[in-house]
Each structure stands twice: as structure tokens, then as C-alpha cells.
Ligand binder design. Structure first.
Ligand code: WQD
Length: 339
């Protein structure tokens, strides 16, 4: 059964390709290589034992999207990861984000809505909740005005999918990720940020690897236990597995609505300092860090109520923060060839 994974060479996409192959799906990876390398295919193959089909397609090219669907008339579903995800960059270049994240989505949905049956999974984000009033955050929490063009593309993307699903054969699952981190335990695939990492965990592992001097902890005066921000860090392999389960739910027609929404988190909030200490524990290394000013736009805390995904998808995060930090560190050491 053929499933297309857009952005399939990226961080979450590559881990999802592995899990799909493990469940017997035939995976077609679509990627434009703008933020990933073809070598990721080797990593996927090393773990899964099968090399996915690879189509180098830029989803902003409408004719290429049309051509892809002509080439694979027996496609059973699409998992759509391909998108730009740097919040700061989205403020500097909003149209890049609207073109990449909305333009490409529109072209995909145009082709999907012509199919007799179309199953679609969308990468959404907890960013749609902004600073939620109540913790943990349920899927019923109000959507807040977006704090960045990036965040807006996730909100608008969700709305576009709802509008199209209403009038077509498309069935969709919107997965709202909290903070995916870690790497595959084999260290064959992992996160490969371009330039200076904006996200906490790759910054930590690069600092420990000697690429960065120290970690800046953005704000130590927040109203939390230790003064630093709290997030729900979830292992990328747990996130990947949820996609397979969601796709199987759509394929088996178990969905009870045209569009279903689930939080993907662990349900546990961890502070920045707790993440640093978890890293130190599993790596045995002391991490240089300093407390600095708050980063504009950060929410104080965000962690998921995972009951909906637990009960309806029958999925729950199985790996711990320490597992994720250990795997992220093993991956960093492998790519920097550190013993
Ligand atoms: C986590 C915590 C920082 C870096 C972002 C996007 C979100 C989603 C996931 C993805 C925060 C602190 C970070 C550093 C630090 N989208 N931090 N020093 O901001 O929760 O979410 O990524 O595609 O939409 O906004 O994740 O990893 O950047 O930050 O202290 O060098 O770590 O302030 O509290 P965030 P993050």
C-alpha cells in the first residue's frame, strides 16, 4: 500500500518513513532537498531494510504535484511534513512561509480532492494554542491569534484542510506536535539543523560537541518551578509512530469525523534547566550554560493533555526525556565523529 511522505528526508518525516516501512507500507518520499540531504535515504534503508522510493519534487511547482499524482494513481494516503519551520525567519520573510507552507498545501489538496478516496495527515503544532490558560492543554483549548507567520501557516493550514474535507472525499488527521526531540536509537537518522540551531535540544548537543560555546537559557524569571520555560518534549520516534496509527485509522475508516485533531505530547512539562540536567545525566558531561534575557515570543509553559490520542488512537508516548536526550547525543556524536 503506497503512502507518500512529503518532507520525508526531514527530521520527523524520515523517522515516520522508517515506522511506515516497519508496518509494511510502501513509502514514497517527496523532498526538495532544501533542508535535507539524499543521504538520509541511506539511514532509512539501514534501519528499515528497504529503501523508499524517492521523488525530488518541489511542492511549490504545481505541475510537478500534478505529475506526481498521475505517476502514482494507486496512492492511498499522504503524510505532509514538507514545510518551513523557523519562527524568526518567518517574521523576516513571511511570503516564503506562505508560499512554502500554504501554496504547497493548496496544490496537494487540489490533487487529493480529485481522488475517490484520500487520506491526509497534516503536521500541525501546539503553537496554535499560544499561551493556553489551562494546563495541560486539551484539543478543545481555544486557538489564539498566531504570534508569527510560521504559526499562522499552521492555523490557516488546519482551516484550509477543514474547508476542503467538508466538500470532498478527503479525510484528514491534524496532529499538533508539542516539542519533538531526539533521534532514532540506531543513530542512523536524526535532526540536522542548518546553521545555528534555534531549538533547545540541538543547541545543547552541539554545545556538548564543542560547536557552540555555551547554551543561553532564555529567561530564568518566569513563574515556573525553577524560573525557566516549560515545554512538553516528546521523542521523535513516538511522534512518528502516531502518524502510522493515524494513517491506519483513516485507511480502516475508523475515523468518526472528516477531520480529527490530536495533540502529540507526553503530558509532562519539563523546564529548560530540567532538559539540561537530563542531558548531563545521560551524557556524563557538564554542559556550559548561562541565564540570559527572555526570548521574545516565548510562551511560559505548554504541555499536552494526551488523553484524546491515548483513548482514541490507542497511542501514547513510550520514551522518556532521558531516552530522547541520550539518542540526540548519540546522533550528534555520530555525525561529529566523537567517541
Ligand atoms: C524550547 C525552550 C526556549 C533555545 C518551537 C516553535 C514551535 C514548534 C517547535 C516547530 C523555550 C528555550 C531554546 C536556546 C533556550 N515548531 N531555549 N535556549 O520555542 O517551544 O517551539 O519549536 O516546528 O512552533 O516555536 O522550542 O526548542 O526553540 O525552545 O533557553 O538556545 O527552550 O526559550 O523555552 P519552542 P525551542
Amino acid at each position: 500500500m503506497k503512502i507518500a511522505v512529503t518532507g520525508g528526508l526531514g527530521f520527523i518525516g524520515s523517522h515516520t518513513a522508517v515506522e511506515l516501512i516497519g508496518r509494511g507500507f510502501e513509502v514514497i518520499v517527496i523532498d526538495n532537498l532544501s533542508n535535507a540531504s539524499e543521504q538520509v535515504l541511506d539511514g532509512i534503508e539501514a534501519i528499515a531494510g528497504v529503501r523508499p522510493i524517492f521523488e525530488k519534487i518541489d511542492l511549490r511547482e504545481k505541475q510537478d504535484v500534478v505529475g506526481f499524482f498521475k505517476k502514482y494513481p494507486d496512492l492511498k494516503g499522504v503524510i505532509h511534513f514538507a514545510a518551513s519551520k523557523a519562527v524568526g525567519e518567518s517574521v523576516q520573510d513571511p511570503l516564503l512561509y506562505y508560499e512554502n507552507n500554504i501554496g504547497a498545501l493548496v496544490y496537494l489538496l487540489q490533487q487529493l480532492q480529485q481522488l475517490a478516496e484520500a487520506n491526509f495527515i497534516f503536521s500541525s503544532s501546539c503553537t496554535v494554542y499560544g499561551q493556553a490558560v489551562t494546563m495541560p492543554i486539551t484539543e478543545a483549548a481555544p486557538i489564539q491569534p498566531a504570534m508569527s507567520p510560521y504559526g499562522n501557516t499552521k492555523q490557516v493550514g488546519e482551516e484550509i484542510i477543514r474547508d476542503v474535507a467538508n466538500i470532498s472525499n478527503i479525510n484528514a488527521v491534524l496532529l499538533r506536535y508539542f516539542n519533538p526531540i531526539g533521534a532514532h536509537a540506531s543513530a542512523e537518522i536524526g535532526e540536522l539543523p542548518l546553521g545555528v540551531p534555534q531549538n533547545l535540544v540541538p543547541f545543547i548537543t552541539q554545545t556538548a560537541a564543542g560547536l557552540r560555546k555555551e547554551v543561553s537559557v532564555y529567561g530564568a524569571d518566569y513563574p515556573t518551578n525553577d524560573g525557566t520555560c516549560v515545554r512538553d518534549y516528546i521523542h521523535v520516534v513516538d511522534v512518528a509512530k502516531a502518524h502510522v496509527i493515524a494513517m491506519e485509522r483513516l485507511l480502516n475508516k475508523q475515523n468518526v469525523a472528516k477531520v480529527e485533531t490530536f495533540n502529540l505530547g507526553t503530558g509532562t512539562g519539563s523546564s529548560v534547566l530540567e532538559v539540561i540536567h537530563a542531558f548531563e545525566k545521560v551524557s556524563g558531561k557538564k554542559l556550559p550554560y548561562k541565564l540570559v534575557e527572555r526570548r521574545p515570543g516565548d510562551v511560559i509553559e505548554a504541555y499536552a493533555d494526551t488523553r484524546k490520542a491515548n483513548e482514541i488512537l490507542g497511542w501514547e508516548a513510550e520514551l522518556s526525556l532521558e531516552d530522547a536526550m541520550r539518542d540526540a547525543w548519540n546522533w550528534e556524536r555520530k555525525i561529529r565523529t566523537i567517541d
